[in-house]
Design a protein around this ligand. Structure first.
Ligand SMILES: [Zn+2]
Length: 69
């Protein structure tokens, strides 16, 4: 019989509430739930195409219409 035992890394000590909370101080999102567009720096909703420059993950996916006409 083949033994299918997976070995996992097990934490040596319990992380205290304080250490856990200190680590999670970095898990914050911006106040109004937006992120910065990496291309134009505008405030955009996460996981959405930027409405200013029409890019997602740095690639243009929507052609921006000329607004200066
Ligand atoms: Zn943008």
């Amino acid at each position: 019989m083949k033994l299918d035992i997976q070995m996992f890394a097990v934490p040596f000590r319990k992380i205290s509430k304080t250490r856990k909370r200190m680590r999670r101080t970095h898990y914050k999102i911006s106040e109004n739930g937006t992120t910065k567009c990496p291309k134009c720096g505008a405030d955009i909703r996460p996981h959405r195409v930027c409405s200013k420059c029409g890019t997602y993950k740095g690639k243009e996916v929507v052609k921006q219409e000329e607004t200066t006409k």
